[in-house]
Design a protein around this ligand. Structure first.
Ligand code: FE2
Length: 231
């Protein structure tokens, strides 16, 4: 499959395999350690986080700030995919995100959005990878290119970006099932988010944004991106 073609002309997202799972595993290990857990078992970590309140999760997120190399490690673990879509020299988000989603109604989750609303350019892409199998409904739903564009056009007519229609979206799509070792890459127009889900485990994933250096950047500039050459 031609990933770039699928991202631009097809559904707008592709699920594929992480190129270097050892590097990704190393990243997961480091991040769990930075979260201040005494154990590495992802199952135990997820269980513990699922019971945490917002203040406790914020503490973990502050602890994670002491690690500066997550974006490099994540992008290098997926380097063949990145080279295929954006070439060897890229603008790379300075800090990869580690994202926690908690089970239950109205719990911590990502509301429906498209990445473009944050000011990244239309030429950027997002890599998103879970730290474990997504067996329950804790994953992310993705609207295909043409459906996402319909939402964007409806908002555009009203002069809105990520307005009430998107935020209050009654989503009927099921989240995409991913296994540990899978990564999803998607374009910044794709409408995505999380549903409430039932589980006794939190969902943990990490993501990073990037684009080719040959494409213009827009509102997000060097505060957000840095120049990076893939190995
Ligand atoms: Fe997102």
């Amino acid at each position: 499959m031609n990933i770039l073609n699928e991202l631009i002309c097809g559904s707008g997202y592709v699920v594929t395999k992480i190129n270097d799972i050892k590097k990704f595993e190393q990243l997961r290990k480091i991040l769990i350690k930075k979260m201040n857990f005494k154990y590495e078992d992802i199952y135990k970590v997820r269980k513990k986080i699922s019971k945490m309140n917002n203040a406790q999760i914020n503490k973990i997120m502050i602890n994670l700030l002491s690690f500066n190399n997550a974006s490099e490690m994540l992008i290098e673990s997926c380097k063949n995919i990145v080279k295929e879509v954006s070439g060897k020299t890229i603008f790379l988000q300075r800090r990869a995100n580690t994202i926690f989603n908690l089970p239950g109604i109205n719990q911590r989750r990502q509301w429906p959005h498209y990445e473009l609303m944050s000011g990244i350019s239309p030429f950027s892409f997002v890599l998103w990878a879970p730290f474990h199998d997504l067996d329950d409904d804790g994953g992310v739903f993705y609207y295909k290119n043409k459906d996402s564009i319909k939402f964007i056009k409806t908002e555009q007519k009203k002069g809105l970006v990520n307005g009430p229609q998107i935020l209050k979206l009654k989503n009927k799509l099921k989240p995409t099932k991913l296994k540990y070792g899978d990564v999803i890459i998607f374009n910044p127009f794709i409408l995505h988010g999380n549903n409430d889900f039932n589980s006794n485990l939190a969902r943990i994933a990490c993501s990073v944004r990037f684009q080719s250096t040959s494409k213009p950047i827009m509102q997000k500039n060097s505060d957000f991106f840095k120049f990076y050459k893939l190995s």
